[in-house]
Design a protein around this ligand. Structure first.
Ligand SMILES: *[C@@H]1O[C@H](CO)[C@@H](O)[C@H](O)[C@H]1NC(C)=O
Ligand SMILES: *[C@@H]1O[C@H](CO)[C@@H](O)[C@H](O)[C@H]1NC(C)=O
Ligand SMILES: *[C@@H]1O[C@H](CO)[C@@H](O)[C@H](O)[C@H]1NC(C)=O
Ligand SMILES: *[C@@H]1O[C@H](CO)[C@@H](O)[C@H](O)[C@H]1NC(C)=O
Ligand SMILES: *[C@@H]1O[C@H](CO)[C@@H](O)[C@H](O)[C@H]1NC(C)=O
Ligand SMILES: *[C@@H]1O[C@H](CO)[C@@H](O)[C@H](O)[C@H]1NC(C)=O
Length: 568
């Protein structure tokens, strides 16, 4: 059955993979591999070592910025010998190097110094010295000569020495610069085929080697290993239900929990943790969630997936990516289960409800929902945006959520938002979830039009922006129904109502309690309306959303009418 589903939906499922790498944050990378200690500027800080940030210029070249704003293009990085090869896109490195002071950077250069000579007569013979055409002027040529050689030729006659620089002559002649670094020391990890990264749980810039998690090599080796592990866990379960052994295993799980590594659990473990699926927390589009406990203090939420796609190894591979996600606004993945055809994800448990509890559903009557201040709602909106930003701009792979909605924004005891169910679009049959979502929410869907029908455009990270915009409008709109002056709530299509009010320049007088509430409401509404623009290209990126929300909102302009574009 599941194989059939997989085959039928395969074209749709592969969507998630096509989407990786968004248009606005990637360089063209001619085989350049960027990983620790380097990171691209938009990636989270922990992906790279300070001073090793790269970015893309408008030509999509990968740029390293050295002190005094010297921008050079990265040609190659040799992680084993810890060297980086750079070149000057403007082909005149000689004008840039005088500004450069490497002692303020992490890089150094061990070349013999070079003298530059300004010669009045063009040399007819080819001395094998480098000519620097870009410094020449009518009647003059500039040559680069290694300081320790060739001085004889140049120090007399028509040439005058203009400068000495601590870089090799080929640097000037070929506009290429080769630098090395000694901190962080990762070459030893690389040469052993291991990854390098920061040590967990230390604030110092200490690095260590770790085994590559679930990479290509892992799959080959892993297939055999996975079988052995599954088989032996199964055997273990069958042959010994003995208390002592299960206690030893549980201790290992707790160790993993403390070390923030996702642990692999067997199905039998899951049954034990959830006390035979005793307490159901909820049912979502991707599966059913049960409450479980690892120890007397540590509670978890176990999501048993329906329609998980792919084979065990693919699933484990994805977990390898998802498991590395750590952000205050993203729910932590504690573990997973891939036992035969059964798949489950184990998340940290958040005792407080989801955002849904604080947003008024259309059908509910006033009073049945606890309300929180606009200030707090703004805090939740911003935190959620930061979580999405992290998912969209993670280290190795972009993770698209495809299911941003109030139920998936969990709140901790301080009402800090945490996004849950991320990455499931890749693990589960997406089509299925889209259908159940629309069925569940007949009023305003959170799904972007292009996700429902490919005719409306390309599915991308902008589809999450749409859902996020709907969430903001729901935050604002949910409260309209509380306002006694607009009491015809069931008939009000809140998003359009909001738009028409703002268009007329009217203030949204919605549940204003404190000074400044009006500004927050207006800001959330305007940002929300920008996010639900019909055409993905008109929607802002999540980074722009965060910036708009962080500002005071006074200079935000109202978006074009999102409810008209669909007719054009
Ligand atoms: C480079 O910077 C260091 C410290 O910032 C300073 O001591 C040194 O004199 C500078 N070198 C040059 C050539 O400006
Ligand atoms: C070379 O010398 C000539 C004459 O002094 C001068 O005009 C020219 O600017 C010099 N070139 C450089 C690169 O210093
Ligand atoms: C990495 O794996 C090798 C064997 O595959 C093992 O000997 C070594 O202890 C592992 N290192 C770490 C840090 O887990
Ligand atoms: C969140 O949960 C904690 C612990 O259960 C509780 O003390 C707190 O009142 C809850 N907060 C809200 C807003 O429900
Ligand atoms: C509410 O709707 C009724 C008709 O359904 C209408 O007569 C009334 O004016 C409306 N009230 C407001 C405040 O819009
Ligand atoms: C409410 O607005 C949405 C736009 O998101 C639209 O699709 C829907 O048809 C509107 N409903 C009504 C009753 O006007």
């Amino acid at each position: 059955m599941s194989i059939l589903l997989f085959l039928v939906f395969f074209p749709l499922l592969s969507l998630g993979h096509i989407l990786e790498g968004s248009e606005d944050s990637s360089c063209k990378n001619d085989g350049l591999v960027i990983h620790f200690p380097f990171r691209l500027r938009h990636q989270p800080k922990h992906c790279g070592y300070p001073g090793f940030e790269l970015h893309c210029n408008n030509k999509k070249d990968t740029i390293l910025e050295l002190p005094s704003s010297v921008h050079l293009v990265v040609e190659k990085i040799d992680y084993v010998s810890q060297q980086i090869h750079l070149y000057d896109p403007e082909e005149c490195i000689a004008t840039k190097l005088p500004k450069l002071n490497l002692s303020q950077s992490n890089f150094r250069n061990d070349d013999d110094p070079t003298d530059l000579f300004n010669c009045s007569a063009p040399f007819s013979e080819n001395y094998g010295y480098y000519l620097i055409p870009c410094l020449g002027s009518p009647g003059y040529q500039v040559h680069a000569v290694t300081s320790t050689s060739g001085l004889k030729f140049f120090s007399s006659g028509p040439c005058t020495k203009i400068h000495q620089y601590p870089y090799s002559d080929s640097t000037f002649g070929e506009n290429k610069l080769q630098l090395s670094w000694s901190v962080p020391l990762c070459g030893n990890c690389e040469s052993k085929g291991m990854d390098c990264g920061f040590k967990d749980g230390t604030k110092l810039l200490e690095t260590h080697c770790f085994n590559r998690t679930m990479t290509h090599k892992g799959v080959v080796l892993g297939t055999a290993l996975v079988c052995i592990i599954v088989f032996s866990l199964y055997k273990l379960y069958l042959t010994s239900r003995n208390e002592r052994e299960s206690r030893v295993r549980l201790e290992k799980f707790l160790d993993d929990y403390k070390a923030i590594r996702p642990t692999r659990y067997s199905y039998a473990d899951i049954k034990k943790i959830t006390d035979d699926f005793n307490e159901k927390l909820g049912e979502g589009s991707y599966g059913t969630v049960y409450k479980g406990r690892l120890s007397s203090e540590i509670y978890v939420a176990v999501k048993v997936l329906r329609d998980s796609k792919g084979k065990g190894e693919e699933f484990i591979n994805e977990i390898g990516t998802i498991g590395r996600i750590h952000h205050v606004n993203v729910v932590r993945l504690v573990g997973f289960c891939a036992d035969g055809f059964r798949r489950a994800l184990i998340y940290e448990y958040l005792p407080n409800d989801s955002l849904e509890r604080f947003i008024l559903p259309v059908s509910s009557s006033p009073g049945s929902v606890s309300l929180i201040s606009w200030n707090k709602l703004q805090h939740i909106a911003l935190g959620t945006a930061r979580g999405i930003e992290y998912l969209h701009q993670g280290c190795d792979q972009q993770i698209l959520h495809f299911d941003i909605k109030p139920q998936n924004i969990l709140l901790d005891h301080n009402l800090n938002p945490k996004i849950c169910d991320f990455g499931l679009a890749k693990l589960c049959s997406k089509e299925k979830s889209a259908v159940t979502m629309t069925a569940a929410r007949g009023t305003i869907g959170y799904i972007a039009p292009e996700v429902l029908s490919r005719n409306f455009g390309k599915v991308s990270h902008k589809s999450d922006i749409y859902s996020y915009g709907m969430l903001l409008l729901e935050m604002v709109g949910g409260s309209i129904k509380m306002d006694s002056k607009t009491n015809n709530h069931s008939k009000v299509n809140s998003s359009e109502w909001i738009y028409r009010h703002l268009e007329k320049g009217e203030e949204l007088k919605i549940r204003i309690e404190e000074e400044g509430d009006g500004t927050i409401v207006r800001k959330l509404a305007i940002v929300g309306l920008w996010c639900i623009q019909w055409h993905p290209i008109d929607r802002p990126s999540i980074k722009e959303v965060t910036q708009m929300l962080e500002g005071d909102g006074s200079h935000l302009n109202l978006s074009p009418n999102p409810f008209m574009a669909s007719n054009t």
